[in-house]
Design a protein around this ligand. Structure first.
Ligand code: APR
Length: 291
């Protein structure tokens, strides 16, 4: 009989600094479900990137404690693009934010490995940091766009952020060769989710039989509805009208430092702790089984 202490291993601290004990029994269940599932998707949020030095939004000390969220309302950008660009460059130059130079952590690498051996089919990310792609994940749906590019408001030509930073001396706010103002290619509040990303994400959520939800507070719609669609809990969102067509059984598993509105209501269970630690243990267990 396993003693209690062998089930829980200290992994990290929660946002308030309380010690977090990772439940290894739940990790074993997750490994079993990953090996059995036919269509596995992952929904990630800013929490998966904090171990790469990119702060999340709502934890203590997060981005919304340091910057005014209204700065990222589309109306504000249209009214005063210079002000928003100045804020972005301030973020980029401050020590706490390693957005453009951040490197993937073991959580990103674990997901890339699981996709490489065809255990995971798709990563839907709310993050705009490009870290899943840098880690080698190939099928990544960017639900909120990608901050490493900017798009011309006139002709939609895309420019890379590095180039924009180089050209800043000549022209501020950054402009496209056509003269149009460049806007970061991330989705601002009040902007629509890119149509293709929205449609594909809803389809993936409708088709999956296992969804991992990692590092998100699950507070921002419509991303926060994807786990409910996976559970078949909302036929309207599934584009099926009001007919509650039953969906194949789907497990939804959270990996997060804290409970969220999904916990105990939508997700099967929460593995509480550091996403990097937990995903790395899952990867090692699956490597041992596969070897
Ligand atoms: N391991 C596991 N969980 C973590 C870690 C970690 N290392 N670090 C932080 N977390 C958890 C936090 O406890 C929190 O519950 O990740 C979650 C991050 O939540 P948010 O900061 O709200 O980020 P996210 O859910 O991605 O926000 C969604 O809101 O502001 C908008 O557009 C922005 O895409 C973003 C959206």
């Amino acid at each position: 009989m396993k003693s209690a202490c062998s089930v829980n291993t200290l992994t990290s601290t929660d946002p308030s600094g309380k010690a977090l004990y990772m439940n290894s029994a739940l990790i074993d269940t997750t490994v079993e479900l990953l090996l059995k599932a036919q269509h596995v998707i992952v929904l990630t949020g800013a929490g998966i990137s904090t171990e790469s030095g990119v702060p999340d939004f709502r934890s203590p000390g997060g981005i919304w404690e340091q910057y005014d969220p209204t700065m990222f309302f589309i109306e504000r950008f249209l009214a005063d693009p210079e002000e928003v660009w100045r804020c972005l460059l301030d973020m980029n130059s401050s020590q706490e934010f390693k957005l453009f130079d951040a490197i993937p952590n073991k959580g990103h690498h674990a997901l890339a490995y699981l996709e490489e051996i065809s255990i995971i089919q798709t990563v839907i990310t709310q993050n705009i940091d490009n870290l899943h792609q840098k880690a080698g994940s190939r099928h990544v749906i960017e639900f909120h766009g990608n901050m490493l590019y900017a798009k011309c408001m006139e002709c939609s030509l895309k420019s890379g952020y590095k180039k924009i930073l180089e050209d800043l001396e000549e022209r501020f706010p950054p402009r496209c060769p056509c003269g149009g103002i460049l806007k970061p290619d991330a989705v601002f509040f009040g902007e629509a989710i890119p149509q293709g990303a929205l449609k594909e994400s809803f389809q993936e959520a409708d088709n999956c039989d296992l969804m991992l939800v990692i590092g998100t507070s699950a507070q921002v719609e419509p991303a926060a509805s994807l786990p409910m669609i996976a559970k078949g809990m909302n036929s309207l969102l599934r584009g099926l009208g009001t007919i509650p067509i039953p969906k194949q059984q789907c497990h939804v598993i959270e990996i997060n430092k804290e409970a969220t509105p999904l916990t105990g209501k939508v997700s099967d269970f929460l593995i509480q702790g550091s996403s990097g630690e937990i995903l790395s243990i899952i990867e090692q267990k699956i490597r041992r089984i596969k070897d």
